[in-house]
Design a protein around this ligand. Structure first.
Ligand code: IPE
Ligand code: IPE
Ligand code: MG
Length: 257
Protein backbone atom coordinates (compact mmCIF):
# COMPACT_ATOMS: atom_id res chain seq x y z
CA UNK A 1 0.00 0.00 0.00
CA UNK A 2 1.38 3.40 -1.03
CA UNK A 3 2.36 5.56 1.91
CA UNK A 4 1.15 9.12 1.76
CA UNK A 5 2.53 12.08 3.64
CA UNK A 6 0.53 13.33 6.60
CA UNK A 7 0.01 17.11 6.34
CA UNK A 8 0.69 17.46 10.06
CA UNK A 9 3.90 15.41 9.98
CA UNK A 10 5.47 17.00 6.90
CA UNK A 11 4.45 19.61 4.36
CA UNK A 12 2.90 17.79 1.37
CA UNK A 13 3.53 18.57 -2.27
CA UNK A 14 1.46 21.52 -3.53
CA UNK A 15 0.00 21.18 -7.04
CA UNK A 16 -2.04 23.74 -9.07
CA UNK A 17 -4.73 21.15 -9.85
CA UNK A 18 -5.91 19.24 -6.76
CA UNK A 19 -4.67 15.66 -6.67
CA UNK A 20 -7.57 14.64 -4.44
CA UNK A 21 -11.04 16.22 -4.49
CA UNK A 22 -13.62 15.29 -1.84
CA UNK A 23 -17.25 16.27 -2.35
CA UNK A 24 -20.34 16.42 -0.14
CA UNK A 25 -23.06 16.11 -2.76
CA UNK A 26 -25.82 17.99 -0.95
CA UNK A 27 -29.12 19.54 -2.04
CA UNK A 28 -30.83 16.70 -3.91
CA UNK A 29 -34.00 16.90 -1.81
CA UNK A 30 -34.30 20.67 -2.20
CA UNK A 31 -33.68 20.41 -5.94
CA UNK A 32 -36.70 18.08 -6.20
CA UNK A 33 -38.92 20.01 -3.75
CA UNK A 34 -38.41 23.20 -5.75
CA UNK A 35 -39.89 21.36 -8.72
CA UNK A 36 -42.77 19.88 -6.68
CA UNK A 37 -41.24 16.45 -7.14
CA UNK A 38 -40.65 13.84 -4.42
CA UNK A 39 -37.24 14.23 -2.70
CA UNK A 40 -36.04 10.96 -4.15
CA UNK A 41 -36.30 12.35 -7.70
CA UNK A 42 -33.42 14.62 -6.69
CA UNK A 43 -31.30 11.60 -5.80
CA UNK A 44 -31.88 10.06 -9.24
CA UNK A 45 -31.03 13.37 -10.90
CA UNK A 46 -27.90 13.66 -8.76
CA UNK A 47 -26.44 10.63 -10.48
CA UNK A 48 -26.05 12.65 -13.69
CA UNK A 49 -23.99 15.22 -11.81
CA UNK A 50 -21.72 12.45 -10.49
CA UNK A 51 -21.07 11.29 -14.06
CA UNK A 52 -20.24 14.83 -15.20
CA UNK A 53 -17.88 15.47 -12.31
CA UNK A 54 -16.12 12.11 -12.70
CA UNK A 55 -15.54 12.88 -16.39
CA UNK A 56 -14.31 16.41 -15.69
CA UNK A 57 -11.92 15.20 -12.97
CA UNK A 58 -10.57 12.53 -15.30
CA UNK A 59 -9.95 15.18 -18.00
CA UNK A 60 -8.21 17.50 -15.53
CA UNK A 61 -5.86 14.79 -14.29
CA UNK A 62 -7.28 14.59 -10.77
CA UNK A 63 -5.95 11.36 -9.23
CA UNK A 64 -8.56 10.79 -6.51
CA UNK A 65 -12.21 11.82 -6.35
CA UNK A 66 -14.13 10.96 -3.20
CA UNK A 67 -17.87 11.52 -2.96
CA UNK A 68 -20.12 11.30 0.10
CA UNK A 69 -23.16 9.25 -0.94
CA UNK A 70 -24.64 8.17 2.42
CA UNK A 71 -23.56 9.16 5.89
CA UNK A 72 -23.69 7.05 9.03
CA UNK A 73 -26.40 9.51 10.19
CA UNK A 74 -28.52 9.22 7.02
CA UNK A 75 -30.17 6.07 8.47
CA UNK A 76 -32.20 8.58 10.50
CA UNK A 77 -34.15 9.53 7.36
CA UNK A 78 -37.62 8.13 6.59
CA UNK A 79 -37.35 4.41 5.74
CA UNK A 80 -38.84 4.96 2.26
CA UNK A 81 -36.06 7.41 1.39
CA UNK A 82 -33.36 5.12 2.81
CA UNK A 83 -34.84 2.19 0.87
CA UNK A 84 -34.87 4.23 -2.33
CA UNK A 85 -31.24 5.27 -1.84
CA UNK A 86 -30.21 1.64 -1.33
CA UNK A 87 -31.96 0.57 -4.56
CA UNK A 88 -30.41 3.48 -6.44
CA UNK A 89 -26.97 2.61 -5.08
CA UNK A 90 -27.24 -1.00 -6.27
CA UNK A 91 -28.73 0.01 -9.62
CA UNK A 92 -26.03 2.60 -10.31
CA UNK A 93 -23.21 0.22 -9.37
CA UNK A 94 -24.65 -2.34 -11.79
CA UNK A 95 -25.19 0.25 -14.50
CA UNK A 96 -21.85 2.04 -14.25
CA UNK A 97 -19.20 -0.57 -13.48
CA UNK A 98 -18.40 -1.43 -17.11
CA UNK A 99 -18.18 2.21 -18.10
CA UNK A 100 -15.83 2.89 -15.19
CA UNK A 101 -13.55 0.04 -16.23
CA UNK A 102 -13.58 1.22 -19.88
CA UNK A 103 -12.54 4.69 -18.75
CA UNK A 104 -9.71 3.34 -16.57
CA UNK A 105 -11.46 4.46 -13.36
CA UNK A 106 -10.86 2.45 -10.23
CA UNK A 107 -13.78 2.24 -7.83
CA UNK A 108 -13.35 2.01 -4.06
CA UNK A 109 -15.94 2.08 -1.30
CA UNK A 110 -15.32 3.37 2.19
CA UNK A 111 -17.68 3.05 5.14
CA UNK A 112 -19.22 0.39 7.32
CA UNK A 113 -20.52 -1.81 4.52
CA UNK A 114 -21.62 -4.56 6.91
CA UNK A 115 -24.92 -2.73 7.43
CA UNK A 116 -25.89 -3.04 3.75
CA UNK A 117 -27.82 -5.91 2.13
CA UNK A 118 -25.69 -8.79 0.90
CA UNK A 119 -26.68 -7.93 -2.71
CA UNK A 120 -25.01 -4.53 -2.30
CA UNK A 121 -21.97 -5.96 -0.54
CA UNK A 122 -21.51 -8.50 -3.34
CA UNK A 123 -21.86 -5.84 -6.04
CA UNK A 124 -19.31 -3.64 -4.23
CA UNK A 125 -16.81 -6.52 -4.08
CA UNK A 126 -17.42 -7.29 -7.77
CA UNK A 127 -17.04 -3.62 -8.83
CA UNK A 128 -13.84 -3.11 -6.84
CA UNK A 129 -12.41 -6.28 -8.34
CA UNK A 130 -13.51 -5.43 -11.89
CA UNK A 131 -11.88 -1.96 -11.75
CA UNK A 132 -8.96 -2.96 -9.51
CA UNK A 133 -6.37 -2.69 -12.32
CA UNK A 134 -7.49 0.80 -13.47
CA UNK A 135 -4.97 3.61 -13.11
CA UNK A 136 -6.65 6.75 -14.51
CA UNK A 137 -8.64 8.03 -11.53
CA UNK A 138 -9.62 6.47 -8.23
CA UNK A 139 -13.28 7.16 -7.52
CA UNK A 140 -14.15 6.52 -3.89
CA UNK A 141 -17.75 6.37 -2.75
CA UNK A 142 -18.30 6.95 0.96
CA UNK A 143 -21.36 4.93 1.96
CA UNK A 144 -22.49 4.45 5.56
CA UNK A 145 -19.37 6.46 6.23
CA UNK A 146 -18.67 8.66 9.22
CA UNK A 147 -15.40 10.38 10.10
CA UNK A 148 -15.68 9.33 13.73
CA UNK A 149 -16.39 5.72 12.74
CA UNK A 150 -13.28 5.81 10.56
CA UNK A 151 -10.98 6.98 13.35
CA UNK A 152 -12.45 4.45 15.78
CA UNK A 153 -12.22 1.52 13.37
CA UNK A 154 -8.62 2.50 12.59
CA UNK A 155 -7.77 2.52 16.30
CA UNK A 156 -9.36 -0.90 16.77
CA UNK A 157 -7.50 -2.38 13.78
CA UNK A 158 -4.28 -0.80 14.96
CA UNK A 159 -4.66 -2.40 18.40
CA UNK A 160 -5.44 -5.76 16.77
CA UNK A 161 -2.26 -5.50 14.72
CA UNK A 162 -0.19 -4.32 17.69
CA UNK A 163 -1.76 -5.97 20.76
CA UNK A 164 1.08 -4.88 23.07
CA UNK A 165 0.83 -1.23 22.07
CA UNK A 166 1.72 1.23 24.83
CA UNK A 167 0.01 4.65 24.97
CA UNK A 168 3.27 6.46 24.14
CA UNK A 169 3.79 4.29 21.04
CA UNK A 170 0.63 5.63 19.40
CA UNK A 171 1.54 8.02 16.60
CA UNK A 172 0.01 9.36 13.41
CA UNK A 173 2.30 7.15 11.36
CA UNK A 174 1.16 4.07 13.26
CA UNK A 175 -2.55 4.86 12.95
CA UNK A 176 -2.67 6.25 9.40
CA UNK A 177 -2.36 2.91 7.55
CA UNK A 178 -5.56 1.72 9.24
CA UNK A 179 -7.71 4.66 8.17
CA UNK A 180 -10.08 3.74 5.38
CA UNK A 181 -8.46 6.16 2.90
CA UNK A 182 -4.87 5.14 3.64
CA UNK A 183 -4.45 4.46 -0.09
CA UNK A 184 -4.93 8.13 -1.01
CA UNK A 185 -3.21 11.40 -0.16
CA UNK A 186 -5.27 13.75 2.02
CA UNK A 187 -7.85 15.75 0.03
CA UNK A 188 -6.52 19.04 -1.35
CA UNK A 189 -9.96 20.43 -2.14
CA UNK A 190 -13.26 19.82 -0.36
CA UNK A 191 -16.46 20.93 -2.11
CA UNK A 192 -19.89 21.07 -0.50
CA UNK A 193 -22.86 21.94 -2.67
CA UNK A 194 -26.30 22.93 -1.40
CA UNK A 195 -25.36 25.98 0.67
CA UNK A 196 -24.60 24.42 4.07
CA UNK A 197 -21.20 25.19 5.50
CA UNK A 198 -20.44 22.14 7.59
CA UNK A 199 -18.50 18.92 7.35
CA UNK A 200 -21.33 16.59 8.51
CA UNK A 201 -18.96 13.91 9.83
CA UNK A 202 -17.19 13.40 6.46
CA UNK A 203 -13.42 12.80 6.39
CA UNK A 204 -12.65 14.38 9.78
CA UNK A 205 -9.06 13.19 10.09
CA UNK A 206 -8.15 13.68 6.44
CA UNK A 207 -9.53 17.24 6.09
CA UNK A 208 -6.95 18.70 8.51
CA UNK A 209 -5.39 21.01 5.86
CA UNK A 210 -7.88 20.68 3.00
CA UNK A 211 -9.12 23.87 1.29
CA UNK A 212 -12.88 24.14 1.94
CA UNK A 213 -15.15 25.38 -0.87
CA UNK A 214 -18.87 25.93 -0.41
CA UNK A 215 -21.39 26.69 -3.12
CA UNK A 216 -25.16 27.29 -3.05
CA UNK A 217 -25.59 25.26 -6.25
CA UNK A 218 -27.72 22.20 -5.54
CA UNK A 219 -25.97 18.93 -6.38
CA UNK A 220 -28.15 17.91 -9.39
CA UNK A 221 -27.32 21.29 -11.00
CA UNK A 222 -23.56 20.96 -10.43
CA UNK A 223 -21.50 20.38 -13.57
CA UNK A 224 -18.11 20.81 -15.23
CA UNK A 225 -18.29 24.64 -15.13
CA UNK A 226 -19.03 24.64 -11.40
CA UNK A 227 -16.14 22.26 -10.84
CA UNK A 228 -13.89 24.55 -12.85
CA UNK A 229 -14.96 27.51 -10.68
CA UNK A 230 -13.93 25.53 -7.60
CA UNK A 231 -10.58 24.63 -9.20
CA UNK A 232 -9.96 28.28 -10.14
CA UNK A 233 -10.67 29.30 -6.54
CA UNK A 234 -8.38 26.51 -5.32
CA UNK A 235 -5.50 27.65 -7.54
CA UNK A 236 -5.60 31.05 -5.79
CA UNK A 237 -5.24 29.66 -2.25
CA UNK A 238 -1.99 30.06 -0.41
CA UNK A 239 -1.49 26.71 1.27
CA UNK A 240 0.76 27.51 4.18
CA UNK A 241 0.45 24.37 6.33
CA UNK A 242 1.34 26.43 9.38
CA UNK A 243 4.17 28.45 7.80
CA UNK A 244 4.22 32.17 7.00
CA UNK A 245 3.69 33.81 3.61
CA UNK A 246 7.28 35.10 3.72
CA UNK A 247 8.58 31.56 4.12
CA UNK A 248 6.58 30.43 1.10
CA UNK A 249 7.88 33.34 -0.99
CA UNK A 250 11.48 32.54 0.00
CA UNK A 251 10.96 28.89 -0.93
CA UNK A 252 9.52 29.85 -4.33
CA UNK A 253 12.69 31.86 -5.07
CA UNK A 254 15.01 29.06 -4.03
CA UNK A 255 13.02 26.35 -5.86
CA UNK A 256 11.67 27.90 -9.10
CA UNK A 257 9.23 25.65 -10.93
C1 IPE B 1 -27.73 14.80 -0.44
O1 IPE B 1 -28.90 15.49 -0.69
C2 IPE B 1 -27.88 13.31 -0.68
C3 IPE B 1 -27.86 12.48 0.52
C4 IPE B 1 -27.65 12.88 1.74
C5 IPE B 1 -28.07 11.07 0.31
P1 IPE B 1 -30.01 15.65 0.43
O2 IPE B 1 -30.95 14.51 0.35
O3 IPE B 1 -29.38 15.86 1.77
O4 IPE B 1 -30.74 16.97 -0.06
P2 IPE B 1 -31.24 18.17 0.87
O5 IPE B 1 -30.04 18.65 1.63
O6 IPE B 1 -32.31 17.63 1.76
O7 IPE B 1 -31.74 19.18 -0.12
C1 IPE C 1 -24.27 14.98 4.12
O1 IPE C 1 -25.48 15.56 3.77
C2 IPE C 1 -24.20 13.56 3.69
C3 IPE C 1 -24.23 13.31 2.26
C4 IPE C 1 -24.25 14.18 1.27
C5 IPE C 1 -24.24 11.92 1.90
P1 IPE C 1 -26.69 15.69 4.80
O2 IPE C 1 -27.77 16.38 4.06
O3 IPE C 1 -27.00 14.37 5.39
O4 IPE C 1 -26.07 16.63 5.93
P2 IPE C 1 -26.76 17.49 7.08
O5 IPE C 1 -27.72 16.59 7.78
O6 IPE C 1 -27.47 18.63 6.38
O7 IPE C 1 -25.63 17.96 7.93
MG1 MG D 1 -28.77 17.49 2.80
Amino acid sequence: MAKHKSSTVEVPEITPVPRHVAIIMDGNGRWASKRHMPRVAGHSEGLGAVRKVVEACRRQGVEYLTVFAFSSENWRRPPEEVGFLMKLFLKSLRGEVNRLAENDIRLRLIGDLGKFDSSIQEMVAFSEEKTGHCKGLTLTIAANYGGRWDILQAMRECLRAHPDLKPDDVSEQLLQPFLSMAYAPEPDLFIRTGGEQRVSNFLLWQLAYTELYFTDTLWPDFGADDLQAAFDWFSQRERRFGRTSAQLAAQAVSEPV
